[in-house]
Design a protein around this ligand. Sequence first.
Ligand SMILES: [Fe+2]
Ligand SMILES: [Fe+2]
Length: 271
Amino acid sequence: MNYRQHLVTFEEHARSQAVRTEPQPLGGHLHRALIRSIQRFQAGEDGDGTGLIAAATRAGDPVYLAAVRLFVAEEQSHAARLANVLRYAGAAPISGHWTDTVFVLVRRGGGLRLELLTLMLAEVVALRYYRALRDGSGDAYVADVAARILADEKRHVPFHLDRLRQSFARTPLAGRVAAAGGWGVLMLGAVLVVALDHGSALRVLGVTRRRFIIDVLRLFRPMAASVFRQRATAAGQGLRPASGAIHSSGTAAAVRDLTSGSAGTKTATPW
Ligand SMILES: [Fe+2]
Ligand SMILES: [Fe+2]
């Protein structure tokens, strides 16, 4: 797998952000439940990526490592933008939240695969959350911040899926089935925790807990298929996704459709 194209995209985005002045308005009013929710997402976005960068370094691909470093910087920029939103609403960031501690403990020492499998849970939840924040806050500034973060998250998903697909390409069927099952259980657990923890804020944004859980699982299903439903070609020249699975560009298109909330797209949009 060549990550040059991902790196080029990350570099282009970094250049565009470098010349942008981030607005920092004050005097906004947000519901308390929404503020508490944004504080927790802000803390979650604020990691330094040490474990991921270390695992990517051990992988030995300097192009992939460079892309990972820019990915981590993008996530940190999300934390900075959410901190701006909190200041706008007269609130302050929090130092951490127990859900982030659990995420870090699950990932610790597990290598690049486990880093990415765990990270992807947060990415999928983020896709639905920032869409809800974009569409339901009723505040133009918050909607703009959420929309720009959402655009970044949509690029992150195919980047991680490409690496996971490569990582599991030569894993025997039994191993892939076990990994897929474990990943699905983790995804279900993660979305249940987030739905419970952020239920009040989601209600403010016009999304029920049930809707949020269903939407996240619908986003997750084709991603899991794209990682695990692959088989070697007859010629043995690399691997390809199985019929019905989504590959790199297809993943990006699916994520775009699944998170747009717009009707009339060619790919069936489940909500
Ligand atoms: Fe993020
Ligand atoms: Fe992300």
